[in-house]
Structures are given as C-alpha cells and as structure tokens.
Design a protein around this ligand. Structure first.
Ligand code: SF4
Ligand code: SF4
Length: 338
C-alpha cells in the first residue's frame, strides 16, 4: 500500500500545485473554506485537513459564486456572443470529505446529465481531480450515513486515510488518481498501515421512506409550523455544498457587455418573482417548503438519491436554529391524514 508521512504533506501540495491549481481546506480571516494552496499566507492561514468540515464547501471550485459567462456585442435589438469564458485549467481539490464529494456528484448530475450540459461547469469539471479525506470520527452535526453516504469511502480519484502519527494511506481509485500518484511518487512510500475504525455517529437520521411520504405532504400544515422561525436570509443555501441555483445578470457599456451568473437562493422572495408581478412562493412557508421538498423529495425522484449529503453546515449556519435533521424527524412522525 502507498502511504505518506505527515512531514511530506506540504511537499505533496507543492508538487501537485506545479501542474494544477490545488484547493485545500484552510482558515481565512474569521472563516474557513477551500482556497488555492498557492494563495495561502502561512503566517495567518492554517491548513485544516483535521477539520471535519470547513465553513465553506468546495462547491465554488467547479461552480464559482460569480462567474462571467460570455461577452456580447449589441447592434440595435440584436446581440451576438463575442466570446465565451469556459475555463478548463487543471484543478485539484485536496482533502474533500465524503459529504462534499457526494455534493459534487449532485452538481455533476444537474449540470451534465439528462440531455443537458452546462458548458461552463463541464469545462471546469473535466479537468478537476478530487482527492478525498476519509472520515472516521463523525462530528456533532454530521449525518452523511443517514443520507446514503459512506464517510470512509468518498467518491473520489484518490482517497487519503489519516492513520494518526504514522501518516496517511494514499489510495488511487481512478485513472486520474493513478496519474496524480505517478506525479508525486517520490514522496510516497510502500508500507502497510491500518485505517482507523469508524466511530459512531452522534446524529442519526432515518431518511428511508421520506421522499415517498413527502409526495402527499405538499399542503400539510407542518410547513407553517416548521417555517415560522425562518428569516429567509439564504445562508443555508450559500453554505450548502449541493445547492446549485443561480441568477444571470448582464453588464453593458455602450454596445458591449457581458453576462455573468451568481449563486441565488430559493429562500429569497425575488427568486420566484415573475415578470408580470406574480409570485408562486409569496411567503416564507412556500419558499421553505420548496427548499426541503427539493432536497428530500424532488431530487430523489429525479436522480435516485437526496440533495442533502448530511454535511451539517446549514445546521451550524442558520441564525434561527433550523435543523434539517429535526425536519426529517418531524416529517417521519407527521400524521398525513390531517
Ligand atoms: S442541506 Fe444542510 S446538511 Fe444537507 S448538504 Fe446542504 S448544508 Fe449540508
Ligand atoms: S439559514 Fe435558516 S433562517 Fe436563513 S433562510 Fe435558511 S432556514 Fe431560513
């Protein structure tokens, strides 16, 4: 088996960064997220491979919060595309946890399958490798296993496994993973190490049957009660690794300009506002219901698994303590004959 000792970690990141932009979990300011290794300030920023989940997920690597789509030239009422901004430069996301790796699969399914391909996402994704960090000690708000994710077997090109003082096991899982392995081979050793045992989850969720039950709960009074504390701030959607809605805007000067897109949130009133002045989700109840039905029912109907990966970020970030685990529990307990 291939392993690397912990003193080699930064050398491995430096080596990988010679051929790609490498995103790693690290602290930045008063937050944390996946940032480019080459932009790290070692005086103030800490590599956070030990953290179960950094505050911001790696969603921005394949799907940036704001990105230019294409430039335009206008002539009267007509406008032509001048240039598109697909970016296929190589990227590696290092240290992804299983929940976030599953969320990348959600984005892949949305942006690349069912007869529709998002060219901007596709360009990034085709040249993106995932090096995942297997989890063995789930945190207080982690519930990935309940959502069908195996924390010890992330969906990735390479899996690293922290064995403590002895170092990390390095397991290539795909051809791309083998290529990465070849590129850093002088920093790896052949040695047998034992991966840790998975500890018990502190938060357990029983998602079985929830998608089916929700089909009959669109008009259930539970949504009024559950949504009462929601302030429609949208933080839950921004920190979520699998939320993927975006808005497209245009910036013009004279006859020129460009279109860009930025993350949007279904928790905002404007998200579902219609040009004629109507809004099918006029109040918090409808917006809240849509978010949870999309996560727990609609996506499962379409793709066969939920749009929640159990990362727990929304539980931590919500200013009013709304907790998706409790929502799943209450859906399970709800009387549908009301
Ligand atoms: S809904 Fe919450 S727990 Fe589920 S993936 Fe999104 S942020 Fe994580
Ligand atoms: S973070 Fe909480 S309060 Fe804000 S929109 Fe999401 S559920 Fe509502």
């Amino acid at each position: 088996m291939k392993i690397f000792t912990k003193d080699k970690l930064e050398m491995i990141l430096d080596k990988l960064a010679q051929g790609a932009e490498v995103f790693v979990p690290m602290s930045r300011g008063n937050s944390s997220g996946f940032y480019s290794w080459k932009t790290r300030n070692p005086e103030t920023e800490r590599l956070m491979l030990d953290a179960l989940n950094v505050y911001l997920s790696p969603k921005n690597v394949g799907f940036p919060q704001t990105e230019k789509m294409y430039s335009i030239i206008q002539s009267g009422q007509e406008s032509d595309i001048k240039e598109t901004f697909e970016d296929s430069s190589p990227r590696v996301i290092f240290g992804v946890r299983a929940c976030d790796a599953r969320a990348i699969r959600c984005l892949d399914d949305v942006f690349l399958t069912r007869g529709y391909e998002d060219s901007l996402y596709k360009a990034r994704r085709e040249n993106m490798a995932i090096i995942a960090n297997a989890c063995y000690s789930p945190g207080t708000n982690c519930f990935c296993a309940g959502m069908g994710v195996d924390p010890t077997e992330p969906e990735a090109d390479v899996i690293i496994r922290d064995t403590g003082d002895s170092g990390y096991i390095w397991e290539a899982k795909t051809a791309r993973g083998e290529q990465l392995t070849a590129g850093i081979s002088e920093l790896l050793e052949e040695k047998e190490l034992k991966a840790p045992e998975l500890k018990s989850f502190q938060t357990n969720v029983d998602y079985a049957g929830v998608a089916e039950k929700l089909k009959g709960m669109f008009d259930h009074p539970i949504w009024q009660d559950l949504s009462q504390a929601c302030q429609n701030c949208g933080i839950c959607t921004y920190v979520c690794p699998s939320c993927h809605c975006f808005d497209i805007q245009v910036k013009t000067w004279g006859d020129e300009g460009y279109r860009f897109r930025c993350w949007d949130s279904c928790m905002y009133t404007e998200y579902s506002a219609e040009a004629g002045g109507g809004n099918p989700r006029p109040s918090t109840k409808e917006r809240f219901r849509n978010r949870f039905l999309h996560k727990l029912e609609f996506f499962t109907e379409r793709y066969g698994y939920p749009l929640c990966t159990g990362c727990g970020r929304c539980i931590v970030a919500c200013p009013t303590g709304i907790n998706i685990v409790k929502i799943i529990d209450q859906v399970k307990e709800a009387n549908v004959d009301v």
